[in-house]
Design a protein around this ligand. Structure first.
Ligand SMILES: *Cc1c(COP(=O)(O)O)cnc(C)c1O
Length: 396
């Protein structure tokens, strides 16, 4: 028996659900790529990207690439072969960025701080204090690790770098979190931030961004190549230079629409609040399901470090693959797979981007229904989520 008709719902941590308006904005003829509507629209779009990242001092380079491309862009512009860096990993993704750096010839140390919580700022400070000759050129972290769903305290890590009196550049991956989590590029003293189009920014995969602050702008390593060089892209003399060739025309029209929705219609701070309330509802459901030795548990133990972009849920006594299959085949909602260490004993719910209460309650309702079909006993998760959303709606 399947009830999976109607709109299929993707509840994974990226790509995220796209607004119909973003899709419709892309449904058009091939535009002139040298002048006209596209060329005129793009300058304003770059300004808006800087507003999303909350920077007046920084610049942005846009790549026709996914997040891995932006990783490579940052490494290629900043480093020379043999340079040292340190990546602090609390799941999987800082390590991923570090592996890219290593393949390119950077001596990047990976320090794993565990997969159930954020990177402790004290660990960053201790590592940098130990580097008395200031050989480490950059500290690499993610804001949200999409595997563990831990959120790092970016301003606290900045303070730790400063407390160590170390000149390392501060590189932050916001691919999962830009548009979803509070982020302040200038105020938090970030030097380089990378992001992608397909998560909090509600646009198909295929665009990624490197935001570059004034200190990082002055740095230039010998790994830089023509395609990844961010200088001509961020400060172009010709429209064509912005994209290192043909512009990704339709994705740009889609992103234009998404930026308008985020900045002009909802407001970025309101979006952060909405994301927090819907994430709180998800967490309330998981905690209620798991009461009294129930079937699930939140992966991240520190309440303050639970991401608003994604929730990683550890499972007990039932196979998460069966739950995901039942939800997808019989109810029309796709849940995220567990990654890394918890691959066979977890699943994830993405709640980033274009999402409202019926969408998140729908996903949680389908999970609870699947527990019932599978004969897995559980607490009252959906009721707890509804209460949490009701409290959110009553906030000032
Ligand atoms: C999704 C993600 C990436 C990888 O992005 P791709 O677009 O798949 O290359 C990197 N870092 C984080 C934190 C992510 O969530």
């Amino acid at each position: 028996m399947s009830l999976a008709f109607g709109r299929h719902f993707l509840s994974i941590p990226g790509p995220s659900v796209m607004p119909d308006r973003v899709l419709n904005a892309m449904h058009r003829d091939a535009p002139n790529i040298y002048e006209g509507a596209l060329a005129e629209m793009v300058s304003g779009l770059y300004e808006d990207l800087l507003r999303v990242a909350r920077t007046r001092e920084g610049r942005v380079a846009v790549y026709a690439a996914n997040g891995h491309g932006a990783w490579e862009a940052a490494i290629s512009n900043l480093f020379s072969r043999g340079d040292k860096a340190v990546a602090l990993d609390c799941g999987r993704f800082a390590e991923g960025w570090a592996m890219t750096a290593r393949q390119m010839g950077v001596d990047c140390q990976v320090v794993s701080t565990g997969e159930r919580g954020p990177v402790p700022p004290e660990t960053v400070e201790a590592l940098l204090r130990a580097d008395v000759n200031h050989e480490i050129k950059a500290v690499i972290v993610v804001q949200v690790d999409t595997a563990s769903s831990a959120r790092n305290d970016i301003p606290a890590i900045r303070k730790a770098i400063d407390a160590a009196g170390h000149p390392a550049l501060f590189l932050v991956d916001c691919i999962a979190s830009l548009g979803t989590e509070t982020f302040e590029f200038d105020a938090w003293g970030v030097d380089v931030m990378v992001a992608g189009s397909q998560k909090g920014l509600m646009t198909p995969p295929g665009l990624s961004f490197a935001f570059v602050g004034p200190r990082a702008w002055e740095v230039r390593g010998d790994l830089v190549t023509a395609y990844w060089d961010w200088r001509p892209r961020a400060a172009p003399e010709m429209f064509y230079q912005r994209f290192g060739g043909t512009a990704p025309t339709h994705l740009l029209f889609g992103l234009r629409q998404a930026a308008t929705m985020l900045l002009e219609e909802e407001g970025i701070e309101a979006a952060w609040r909405r994301q927090r309330i819907l994430a709180d509802a998800t967490r309330a459901a998981v905690e209620a399901w798991g009461e009294n030795g129930g079937p699930v548990e939140l992966n991240v133990q520190d309440e303050a470090a639970r991401a608003n972009a994604v929730t990683t849920i550890l499972t007990r006594g039932f196979p998460p693959a069966a739950l995901r299959k039942l939800c997808e085949d019989q109810m029309g909602v796709t849940l995220g797979i567990g990654l890394g260490r918890y691959a066979g004993t977890s699943f994830r719910i993405g709640h980033m981007g274009w999402l409202n209460p019926p969408m998140i309650l729908g996903t949680l309702g389908a999970v609870e229904t699947a527990f019932n079909v599978m004969g897995v006993s559980h607490g009252a998760g959906v009721a707890a989520a509804a209460e949490t959303i009701a409290r959110g709606l009553s906030e000032a």
